[in-house]
Design a protein around this ligand. Sequence first.
Ligand SMILES: [Zn+2]
Length: 309
Amino acid sequence: MNRLGALAQAILILSFPLADAATFPPFGIQQVADGDYVHLGQVALTTPENAGDIANLGIIIGNDAVAVVDTGGSVSVGERLVAAVRGLTTKPIRYVINTHNHPDHLFGNAAIPPDATFVGHHNLPIELARRGAYYLHSYREQLGAAEIDAVRIIGPTLLVDGERRLDLGGRPLRLIAWSPAAHTDCDLTVLDETTGVLFAGDLVFLQHVPVMDGSVTGWLSVIQRLEKLPARVVVPGHGREVVRWPLALNDERRYLTVLAQDARREIAAGTPLERAIGNIANSERNRWQLFDDYNPRNATAAFSELEWQ
Ligand SMILES: [Zn+2]
């Protein structure tokens, strides 16, 4: 091999670790308010191409320290979040607040420097113990082997039962662990009391059809209390915009109301589940992205929940 050939080969080898990162679209960060930033994930299913960059992630900067709200659906996404924080400030990441147990929100946890404290709903450790191994198995295909092998299930050590305040230095955060089960059985929200920015996790969906892994009646009852929070704007768990509060709840509340109403109607009519699924929340089809990916599952869950009431 001549010198030029050897050089070309050396460059090829050197560029390998960077090639992966180069295939991702730029990791956008938007400022929402003074000290509050968001990365808006894609409205999409997890694929090896997007590396699970499908959830919205928050960065909150106080006088002394930083909190991140969720870490994304892979370690690559978590690393890019940490890099984004480093582009904004040299203050340490003191808290990682996980809004619930779903992989697209916490598979990036392993990318966070280990001196950070992980914070979550008091039910989050139980949910991760129950489903963590299953998540690692079932996401192997969706994420690809390299990404899934890097993932570690890291649960919270600081648990929230009811309400809890954290302070980043002149920047009090009001955390609420919601019950009963709504989107999941471990939904947590973060309100930046200084700016009125609410990081709602998946208690708020925009554009992306709501995904129901908890309870439809529980979610509707949580919304009634959630909407009273003194927030100015909300960062939804999914959806590519930050919206005025509580206006942002309108679409989701309508969807969940229709989901419950239609399920009750099918149950009352004695329709078997297999046929009922296609009749539940059909009027919502054109209002949401990923409708056919999630609505049948939501319809099944709502039917099963309401069947015995
Ligand atoms: Zn979720």
